[in-house]
Design a binder for this molecule. Structure first.
Ligand code: SF4
Ligand code: SF4
Length: 368
């Protein structure tokens, strides 16, 4: 199995990456139904590094359509975001009109409960029907960091085939193994990673800093593509739990695969990576938060800056929070409640999944 790593000036260069792998004809046959699964997790433009560049997605759709395939794009954003709001703000609002390929809202699609034979964390899962009906899935993640799983690449991108709130179940049962479980039954025939603009830092995958990398990585094995991307980002794939576990369960190799094109070292750029959470660190800030909430305006005037509060593994930057309540809906274990205008997290209930931080539109929540 082979990974192509190329320096890219723009989305059109994906053709070179796919050619290095033997051309799209290797992956897609005439008459097949192809579903392209980008990462459109949040209402952010691709220039932020949070979502896959729509031009890159369109370019891959064109390549597949040129083989005589029936091509559609599909995604379910982070819960509780609505696709109707996310898609336009991520540059996908007029995708069909602009490029001629339908964009399916997987949250609105029929849902099918599937069994995962040999599942370690997740033994059954709800999946959007178009994912199960396609002949070939083309997986198109962004090269970015993730505050719980360290990186979010091809393996992690498949969480978006699970609609709406059902995604949260994977967090409850064990995210790293759950990601691998999903990848044992939903297989990516081709993976194309958008490294044109990636994202780094502890606030990935939605609120980190953009990295203008100018790289496209493609391959036919999701573990090998993820391992190559991790190395490009300056990480050791053996230390990234879901990538290592996927390799241990026989889904691909962490090293020893062929790399074509410009190669990993030529494009390598150390990303600022989040540290793994330390689940033993617990400290409740509820009382301080409530006091601050009562006194916030006079306090802000005196100190000139709003304080931050630590709830176990989660930190709230009170100055950034606008009280939107999205974190309350995003939490799979109902650990978040509003105290006045600010959220409070029950650290004893919190499972440190960081769904709240991932969903926070203001970047007000982070790892403590
Ligand atoms: S922390 Fe973020 S998601 Fe939660 S209420 Fe504040 S701004 Fe909204
Ligand atoms: S409060 Fe804890 S359990 Fe709830 S979403 Fe945030 S990190 Fe996850």
């Amino acid at each position: 199995m082979t990974v192509a790593v190329i320096r890219a000036e723009g989305p059109q260069d994906v053709r070179r990456a796919v050619e290095l792998l033997g051309g799209m004809g290797r992956f897609v046959s005439p008459g097949e139904k192809v579903l392209v699964k980008p990462n459109i997790c949040a209402a952010k433009a691709s220039e932020t590094g949070a979502v896959t560049d729509p031009e890159l997605v369109a370019e891959v759709c064109r390549l597949a359509a040129a083989q005589g395939a029936e091509v559609a794009v599909g995604e379910s954003p982070i819960h509780p975001f609505r696709s109707s709001r996310v898609f336009p703000r991520a540059g996908y609002g007029d995708f069909r009109e602009r490029y001629g390929f339908p964009l399916l809202d997987l949250d609105a699609a029929e849902r099918v409960e599937i069994r995962i034979p040999g599942g370690v964390a997740v033994k059954e899962e709800v999946v959007a029907k178009p994912v199960l009906e396609c002949d070939a899935l083309i997986n198109m993640p962004v090269m970015k960091t993730h505050l719980q799983t360290v990186v979010s690449l091809g393996l992690k991108n498949l969480k978006g085939v699970v609609p709406t709130r059902d995604k949260l179940i994977i967090h409850l049962r064990g995210l790293d193994q759950g990601i691998v479980d999903l990848n044992t039954v939903i297989r990516s025939r081709l993976i194309v990673v958008d490294g044109l603009v990636g994202m780094e830092g502890a606030l990935g995958p939605t609120n980190g800093r953009p990295v203008r990398l100018g790289v496209i990585v493609a391959g036919d094995n999701v573990v090998e593509v993820d391992a190559a991307c991790a190395r490009i980002m300056g990480a050791d794939p053996r230390e990234i739990a879901h990538i290592r576990l996927a390799a241990e369960r026989g889904l691909g190799r962490l090293q020893g695969f062929e790399v074509l094109g410009d190669g990993i070292e030529a494009v390598r750029r150390e990303f600022e990576l989040p540290a793994r959470p330390d689940l033993n660190r617990m400290m409740i800030s509820g009382f301080l938060l409530r006091m601050y909430d009562l006194l916030r305006r006079p306090l802000d005037r005196i100190t000139g800056r709003a304080p931050s509060f630590r709830f176990g593994e989660v930190r709230l930057d009170a100055g950034k929070c606008d009280g939107c309540r999205i974190c309350v809906k995003a939490c799979p274990v109902e650990a978040v409640s509003m105290r006045g205008e600010l959220p409070e997290i029950d650290a004893a209930t919190c499972i440190a999944c960081f769904c709240c931080a991932e969903a926070c539109p203001q970047g007000a929540l982070s790892r403590a």
